[in-house]
Design a protein around this ligand. Structure first.
Ligand code: PMP
Length: 476
């Protein structure tokens, strides 16, 4: 092999891709996340080969509108030269250096400063520091260690328990999966780890009592936190963690009464509040950070994904003044960190992403224009015979497929109507995700009204096709 001293061209030549060969190698060697490898081998994976704007193309040349922004991350769309250029230049200048042993690097410092500037101060809570990782999961593992170290530094090592929620998602590492409340994950490998407990999720369709208003339901669900704290003893509880809107759980938007009541409770018992904004930060809800939108004051914020628009892995924890003061003044060494904490290339791409978003006024557009426009169009799906509930906030939305929307009857789980709908979406050039019978979207934040119209036409077509299939097969 010859060593090249000249850089590779920025865009490599597009090659003909032999789908079947790639699929055969895929099933022979590549174990996918959250996948039954044997079942996938029978089907053959869809090979995605390129992206531009809000579209991706597969190896057969099919154009697909990516209404999931990859996996809730390609927020400013595919093919942004500015981000590639930022990575290239940084790689040529300093591709890597660590932040251990009294060293730092310029992109990491600039990004930490920028993120603290973007996070609004609410009441006595401001954000002073950032701890970097490479993913949401690693960031939540950092949170577990950080909140326990915080309490130990204050002389309360017994305050260890973290309360999460059933059907919450906080990642796939042992810590992240334990904080989350996904039964399927807990069932594999003896999770959650000790010191993590869960309360119910604020999902009105599933958990509300007969005749209960959304407002009362939100209060009742939040008060489960108080009950749990009292059951455990407040002096044992370190923190509560929640997603502003549950993403992977099915885009579950809590009633407006929920978060303020959570705030009242964490304040009353002095426990830390962790806002997992891996999906919701950086404009998804029409605000730089979601806590601003939902009306609460977190002590720690988990972020990842949209910070680099998914172009390169980066995550982290925003550390609020209450925690940073104690850690800095009383914590001493924090024996925690990753090789890639503050990776200069990832941080430089994040700076380019945030800069691009500011120049294009993406957050304002979602807040004032495309978010409200999507809300109007998406809510109209409730008129469809299959759709029992449809709602959005910012640029994320979820709808529930129902056997009989008038009686509230759901499809039996073995029918798999969500999967059937997802297949119609793929076949018709749309990525929509199925979570059970909930169909969810989180489209790129760069969408225009015309793009939303195109997406809505595709959604309606796929719902119609799903209805036809459901009737033909006697599902409804
Ligand atoms: N927290 C939330 C709220 C998430 O949605 C996710 C991923 N979807 C994670 C954490 C985990 O992030 P990662 O996959 O980057 O580890």
């Amino acid at each position: 092999m010859t060593l090249r001293n000249t850089p590779e061209p920025l865009v490599s030549e597009r090659r003909q891709i032999d789908t079947q060969t790639i699929q055969a190698l895929d099933s022979a060697h590549y174990m996918h996340p959250f996948t039954d490898t044997q079942a996938l081998a029978k089907r053959g994976a869809r090979v995605i080969t390129r992206g531009e704007g809000i579209y991706v193309w597969d190896s057969e040349g099919k154009k697909i509108l990516d209404a999931m922004s990859g996996l809730w991350c390609v927020n400013i769309g595919y093919g942004r030269q500015e981000l590639a250029q930022a990575a290239y230049l940084q790689m040529m200048e300093l591709p890597y250096y660590n932040s251990f042993f009294n060293t730092t690097n310029v992109p990491a410092v600039k990004l930490a400063t920028k993120l603290c500037e973007l996070a609004p101060t609410v009441g006595d809570r401001s954000f002073t520091h950032v701890f970097f990782s490479s993913s949401g999961s690693e960031s939540n593992d950092t949170n577990i260690r950080m909140v326990r170290h915080y309490w130990a530094s204050l002389g309360h090592p017994e305050r260890k328990v973290i309360i999460g929620r059933k059907n919450g998602y906080h990642g796939s590492t042992i810590g992240g999966a334990s904080l989350g409340g996904m039964q399927g994950m807990h069932d594999q490998g003896d999770l959650p780890i000790p010191g993590i407990v869960h309360i119910d999720q604020p999902y009105f369709l599933e958990n509300a009592l007969q005749g209960e208003s959304e407002h009362d339901f939100g209060l009742r669900m939040a008060r489960q936190l108080e009950t749990k704290i009292l059951e455990l003893g407040a002096d044992k509880v370190a923190a509560f963690i929640g997603e502003p809107i549950q993403g992977a759980g099915g885009v579950i938007i809590p009633p407006t009464s929920y978060w303020p009541e959570i705030q009242r409770i964490v304040d009353a018992y002095g426990i830390l509040l962790i806002s997992d904004e891996v999906i919701c930060a950086f404009g998804r809800l029409g605000a730089w950070f979601a806590y601003e939108k939902m009306g609460y004051k977190p002590d720690l914020i988990t972020f990842a994904k949209g910070v680099t628009s998914g172009y390169i892995p980066l995550g982290g924890v925003m550390v609020g003044n209450r925690v940073s003061k104690v850690l800095i003044e009383q914590g001493g060494d924090f024996n925690h960190g990753y090789t890639y904490s503050g990776h200069p290339v990832a941080c430089q791409v994040a700076l380019a992403t945030l800069d691009w978003m500011e120049r294009a006024q993406i957050v304002e557009r979602v807040r004032d224009d495309t978010g409200p426009y999507l809300a109007e169009k998406f809510a109209a799906l409730k008129d469809h015979p299959l759709v029992g509930d449809a709602r959005s906030l910012g640029l994320t939305a979820g709808l529930m497929l129902m056997k009989n929307k008038f009686t509230g009857a759901t499809f039996p789980p073995d029918v798999g109507v969500g999967m059937a709908c997802r297949a119609h979406c793929f076949n018709n050039g749309l990525v929509m995700r199925a979570v059970g019978d909930r169909m969810i979207i989180a489209p790129p934040l760069v969408m225009t009204r015309a793009d939303i119209d195109d997406m809505m036409r595709l959604i309606v077509r796929c719902l119609d096709l799903t209805l036809t299939e459901a009737r033909q097969k006697g599902w409804c």
